[in-house]
Design a protein around this ligand. Structure first.
Ligand code: FAD
Length: 479
């Protein structure tokens, strides 16, 4: 068995991607030295937003750091279609299409601030009037529904969530809407938070919403793929990432921590930050020796992370309305987004995001899932979806395959699902227990460990990196 000593280079300086001039990261003879005096090595598992940011912070403090990443790319659940070289047919969209995160939540949030620093042009999405709501197989704006009682009861329930004072039950039980509005409730209060409305806890979500400190704006970025923004922001630590390295076990019984990858190669570290998704950890994707404390495991089990698929469909015509942003209330596609809205003259691409048991069912259908989704759109839009789906044009001029893209996050062994959510009975205390360091050696980051109300988002991942690195530095300075 080969054992590698982690990290050969020591970097000093603050990394801020494109914003930071190169001279700031060079070491001079009279440099004051690292902010934190530490001879040890920190290994971070995972190069998603949390892992990259954690490495960036530690690196800026002069701590030796290395990232082990299972996949062949940076960004984790921030993944842009344009960067997937194996996809040969591209979308007709002249704007970036995302396979994972697509929205920036909050203009003054952790991610919002990164976007602001880059001065990127953004489009605010939740501006009034762009949302459409499906009821009785008809999609219309809130105004056009003219005070429909079922629509209003769903929207009032959702807008009242921050001050929800009912029982610790599922969204479906808490809302108690009529069967006609079930799919709409599911899409706004279940799927939106990572699963179906009978699995997501109303109290847990309400508590999280109350903790959020940033504003409620939601943006799409006009021209830049989110994956490029993340990799650019953390460009100073890209050379510290080892790709295609699937960590299988972490043994922290001895003085040194021994990390073993799937090929049996071992890495030695003094401290480790684990950022792999909740679902990867819950399904034993990484084995810990000794096992994790039972209180941590109990809290992890109170949080859910279910299947997720993102389907992107190219059409020859926008038949859902140029000014439409989201279309809520589908049964097969609980969240459709007109991702070209205000970004392009060609608003002909729909992004469909599905979490929970419905995502699992679609995934089970395999390539037939596209027919299921088109059938739902056909029922709403007078058979135009099947008629106008774009097809590849063969060299002889005939039409070939339909153009659509799938990211099956639930099937991917490095994610095993979409985003974490509180089940009924879970509270922020469970995220705190999950996040708690073990033996001052193993630290936990990643969206599911966020305790500031932003779990399930890029903000949550970034917040968690700040928290975990602070804990790690304290473990050094207070030793
Ligand atoms: C479809 C979808 C849509 C979303 N939409 C939004 C949105 O619009 N806005 C928003 O803010 N957020 C959104 N999110 C959530 C957001 O993408 C995540 O919260 C965030 O990217 C998570 O970052 P992370 O670093 O915590 O985890 P990850 O991004 O999952 O990073 C963990 C990394 O660990 C790696 N890894 C896993 N196992 C191993 C192993 N054994 N060894 C080594 N490495 C391993 C993975 O490959 C991955 O790179 C969405 C997520 C999905 C799936």
């Amino acid at each position: 068995m080969k054992r590698r000593k982690a990290l050969k280079k020591i970097g000093v300086g603050v990394s801020a991607g494109l914003l930071m001039p190169g001279f700031m990261v060079s070491c001079k003879k009279d440099d004051p030295g690292p902010e934190v005096q530490y001879d040890g090595t920190v290994i971070i598992i995972g190069a998603g937003a949390a892992g990259l940011y954690a490495a960036d912070i530690l690196n800026s403090k002069g701590i030796k750091v290395q990232i082990l990443e299972a996949s062949n790319q940076l960004g984790g659940r921030v993944r842009s279609l344009r960067n997937q070289k194996e996809i040969l047919v591209q979308t007709s969209a002249d704007f970036p299409v995302e396979l994972g995160a697509e929205l920036v939540y909050g203009s003054n949030s952790a991610f919002g601030k990164i976007i602001k620093n880059y001065n990127l042009s953004q489009i605010e999405l939740n501006a009034q009037g762009t949302d459409q709501f499906i009821l009785d197989s008809v999609a219309k704006s809130q105004d056009a529904w003219q005070n429909d009682a079922d629509l209003n009861s769903v929207l009032n329930f959702v807008s009242g969530l921050p001050t929800y004072s009912g029982g610790d039950v599922s969204m479906k039980q808490a809302a108690g809407v009529s069967a006609r509005a079930d799919a709409l409730l599911n899409s706004r209060a279940g799927n939106y938070y990572g699963s179906s409305s009978d699995r997501v806890g109303a109290k847990g979500v309400s508590e999280a919403l109350g903790l959020i400190e940033h504003d409620n704006k939601a943006f799409i970025i006009k021209t830049n793929p989110l994956q490029d923004i993340i990799t650019s922001r953390f460009s100073q630590i890209v050379n510290k990432v080892q790709l295609n390295t699937v960590v299988k076990s972490i043994n922290y019984a001895g003085q040194k921590i021994i990390i073993t990858d799937k090929d049996g190669i071992q890495f030695e570290a003094d401290k480790v930050i684990v950022t792999t998704s909740l679902a990867v950890l819950k399904t034993g994707g990484v084995a810990f020796s000794p096992g994790l404390p039972s209180a941590k495991v109990a809290s992890m089990n109170k949080l859910g992370m279910d299947h997720c698929v993102r389907v992107v469909i190219d059409f020859k015509k926008n038949f859902w309305g140029d000014a439409t942003g989201f279309i809520w209330g589908g049964t097969e596609g609980p969240m459709y987004l007109n991702i070209g809205v205000a970004r392009s003259e060609f608003y002909r691409t729909l992004s469909v995001t599905v979490y929970g048991p419905k995502a699992q069912a679609l995934s089970f259908q395999g390539p037939d899932m596209i027919d299921t989704i088109l059938a739902e759109l056909d029922a709403i839009y007078d058979n135009q979806a099947s008629l106008f789906i774009r097809k590849v044009i063969n060299s002889d001029g005939t039409e070939g395959d339909r153009v659509w893209f799938l990211a099956d996050w639930g099937k991917d062994e490095f994610f095993k699902g979409g985003i974490s959510y509180p089940m009924p009975g879970a509270s922020v205390v469970d995220r705190e227990n999950f996040a708690a360091p073990v033996s001052n050696k193993i630290f936990f980051a990643g969206e599911a460990t966020d305790v500031k109300g932003d779990a399930g988002t890029i903000n949550g991942a970034l917040n968690s990196a700040e928290r975990a690195t602070e804990e790690l530095v304290t473990s050094i300075t207070s030793a």
